[in-house]
Design a binder for this molecule. Structure first.
Ligand code: NDP
Length: 297
């Protein structure tokens, strides 16, 4: 079997067009263009690229993309003050603090304190405890961008997961945990066929990871270990979603050994061009949603 390659770039393009049209309607209705403020601390090259890409994507969708830069050694208090300033700035609808915060600077950052300080109504990454709690209870305000992108990808590819065994490898607050929670709900942004899964969460202490993965009709890898999911860990015909972005030399590779996996799976996301583009598309979606919420329109 050779798997269907799930073209995240194309699907993200469709979502971005939908958002751009919805932004145009919102603005034509008399509202100001939505505004996303990204905060970039330090000079990490990957973070700079991510923030630049997000800002460009905003502009293309008719969303104002602002970038606030702080030096790596700005410190917790200065970063907290900036977040407070953005919280009270009525022109800013969404706030994004690019992670990771510097760890090699002389000053230490308390990431959780910073994320907790973001106004939950402007929390377009959906990291705040209030938004995580609402998601957990099945009444989300914002959906976290990467997991939401994956649900959109499944839905727009007609790959229902209701009643299926889904294994999420990785339990981070950004990807693994919210992904598992969204798929275990009774319904979601794309309806009950793209929820209602029987979900297993695997992690570094899982005993016999290969066997747990092989039981999955849909395997979602969000680990950060290059090509660690090998062909023998995949159930024949499974859907494989690779969230990983790992730089190996000059190449970007996922968490899944793609060449082996595509011969066993029925559908698979490539890296790059799979999940990554969807994350940005859903950030634009959330920024418009935040602007609508704040304007009451
Ligand atoms: P984290 O490092 O926060 O979490 C990794 C998870 O993988 C942890 O739960 C860890 O387990 C688990 N893990 C690590 N090693 C193993 C192992 N050998 N076996 C089983 N589980 C293991 O990563 P993120 O969730 O933030 O990111 C994961 C990957 O996704 C990265 O490559 C990242 O770059 C990428 N990413 C891609 C995005 C996109 O837009 N495509 C967006 C966000 C992330 P434990 O909890 O036990 O330590």
């Amino acid at each position: 079997m050779t798997a269907q390659i799930l073209d995240g770039k194309r699907i993200a393009g469709e979502i971005r067009e939908d958002v751009a049209k919805a932004v145009a309607v919102f603005v034509a209705d008399g509202a100001p263009a939505p505004c996303l403020a990204a905060v970039l601390v330090g000079e990490d090259p990957a973070s700079q690229v991510y923030v630049r890409n997000k800002s460009r994507a905003c502009e293309k969708a008719g969303i104002q993309g602002r970038t606030h830069r702080l030096p790596a050694d700005a410190g917790q208090d200065e970063l907290m003050s900036l977040v407070e300033e953005l919280n009270t700035d009525a022109n800013v609808n969404g706030i994004l603090v690019q992670l990771p915060l510097p760890t090699d600077a002389a000053v230490k950052y308390d990431e959780r304190e910073i994320l907790d300080a973001i106004d939950p109504l402007k929390d377009v990454d959906a990291f705040s405890p209030v938004n995580v709690g609402l998601l957990m209870q099945g009444r989300p305000r914002f959906l976290p961008c990467t997991p939401h992108g994956i649900v959109q990808l499944l839905s727009r590819s007609n790959l229902s997961i209701a009643g299926k065994n889904v294994c999420v490898v990785g339990r981070s607050d950004i990807v693994g945990k919210p992904m598992a929670m969204m798929l275990a709900q009774k319904t979601g942004s794309c309806g009950p066929e793209f929820a209602n899964a029987t979900v297993t969460i695997a992690h570094s202490r899982t005993t016999d990871l290969a066997a747990v993965c092989r039981d999955a009709d849909c395997l979602i890898a969000a680990v950060g270990q290059p090509e660690m999911i090998t062909g023998d860990m995949i159930k024949p015909g499974a859907i494989v979603i690779d969230v990983g972005i790992n730089r190996v030399g000059e190449k970007l590779v996922g968490d899944v050994a793609f060449d082996e996996a595509k011969e066993i799976a029925s559908a698979i996301t490539p890296v790059p061009g799979g999940v990554g583009p969807l994350t940005i598309a859903m950030l634009l979606h959330n920024t418009l949603a935040a602007a609508k919420l704040q304007s009451g329109r």
